[in-house]
Write a protein that binds this ligand. Structure first.
Ligand SMILES: Cc1cc2nc3c(=O)[nH]c(=O)nc-3n(C[C@H](O)[C@H](O)[C@H](O)COP(=O)(O)OP(=O)(O)OC[C@H]3O[C@@H](n4cnc5c(N)ncnc54)[C@H](O)[C@@H]3O)c2cc1C
Length: 302
């Protein structure tokens, strides 16, 4: 029996083969995942982690795929989605959410309960696990600002809980987190004014619609903010707004985004990322750091 047969037998319909990653990433591009799984319980996670370890198979975790670019020839090994772990509950001033719950739903629940601290994260299209992993943030608010704890399982299958105070984090960065799979998180939130919170959430959602190219597939800002500057400003001033390669384009609406405007391949997107980086480096001497995560082999891009 191959490792794939073993997984199919254990996971049944929650085990897919050759699943196109264009269906699981917001770029809507990228080739197939060799094995695509939906583990939901600690036992299921332990099972797949043990199998991957003993058979030496690469294993990746995906939330909503809103910060990942997968190469056109796809990814080998096992890709585990948290999407079916999406329970959210509110107890007093704390919201507990499973890793695959939508961050935006948590923000909505917080605002409706008159709890503050997450309203500015409204509209980030990621999962709770992805938001913790990246310390996602917007408009001066970050996931870790209101995070109380998060539950994990390590690659050996051992569960643990971390308090925020155990972890070093910063702008779009959480140290040591790559050693763990995030299963759930708790957000402890101070009381706020219901009307103001709902109004703030609406304003943020409106700003996003107005300023971001939400009409096209993308994975948000391509690059991290350079110190004391904005990647979008540098890209714009380098004259790159609207530049396209194949079906990928530097958004005319927000130069920090690359959009898939016409059935772009992952290679189109990667070539455009490289071009933008190179032009900004030549014109301003600034090395833009990628915020998005690349999966698979992009060697064909060079
Ligand atoms: C239109 C648009 C707007 C955006 N705006 C913002 C914004 O304002 N601010 C911002 O910060 N980001 C923004 N993003 C980017 C993205 O939504 C965030 O980075 C988000 O936190 C990613 O979550 P995800 O679930 O999609 O993660 P994925 O893209 O699925 O994964 C990202 C990384 O997290 C890891 N990961 C995911 N879940 C887990 C888990 N449970 N355990 C361990 N590792 C995990 C993955 O392995 C991968 O390395 C935007 C994206 C889009 C498309």
């Amino acid at each position: 029996m191959t490792y794939k047969d073993t997984l199919k037998e254990f996971f049944g319909e929650n085990c897919l083969f050759g699943e196109p990653m264009s269906s699981h990433t917001t770029y809507r591009a990228g080739g197939p995942a060799e094995v695509y799984l939906y583990p939901q319980t600690k036992e299921e996670w332990s099972f797949v982690l043990k199998l991957a370890r003993t058979e030496n198979i690469p294993l990746r975790i995906i939330g909503f795929g809103s910060n990942i670019l997968v190469s056109q020839n796809g990814i080998g090994g096992i890709t585990c989605s948290t999407k079916k772990m999406d329970h959210i509950s509110l107890t007093g001033d704390t919201i507990q959410a499973q890793a695959g719950a939508a961050l935006d739903k948590v923000c909505e629940m917080a605002c409706k309960a008159g709890l503050s601290g997450m309203e500015k994260l409204s509209g980030i299209p990621g999962s709770v696990g992805g938001a913790v992993y990246m310390n996602a943030g917007a408009f001066g608010q970050e996931t870790f600002d209101c995070l109380e704890y998060f539950d994990v399982i390590d690659w050996e299958g051992r569960p643990a809980t971390f308090l925020k105070s155990d972890i070093k984090y910063g702008y779009r960065k959480v140290e040591g987190i790559e050693n763990y799979i995030i299963l759930s998180a708790g957000f402890k939130l101070p009381k706020g004014d219901y009307t103001q919170l709902i109004a703030a959430r609406n304003t943020i959602q409106h700003n996003r619609l107005e300023k971001q190219p939400l009409e096209y597939p993308s994975a948000g800002s391509v690059f991290k903010r350079p110190v004391n500057d904005y990647a979008s400003r540098l890209i714009d001033e380098a004259g790159l707004r609207g530049l396209s390669i194949g079906g990928a384009k530097v958004s005319e609406k927000h130069a920090g985004f690359i959009v898939n405007f016409n059935r772009a391949s992952a290679l189109d997107i990667k070539l455009l990322i490289d071009k933008v980086r190179q032009e900004v480096k030549t014109k301003f001497g600034v090395e833009l750091e990628l915020e998005q995560i690349l999966w698979g082999n992009f060697d064909e891009a060079h």
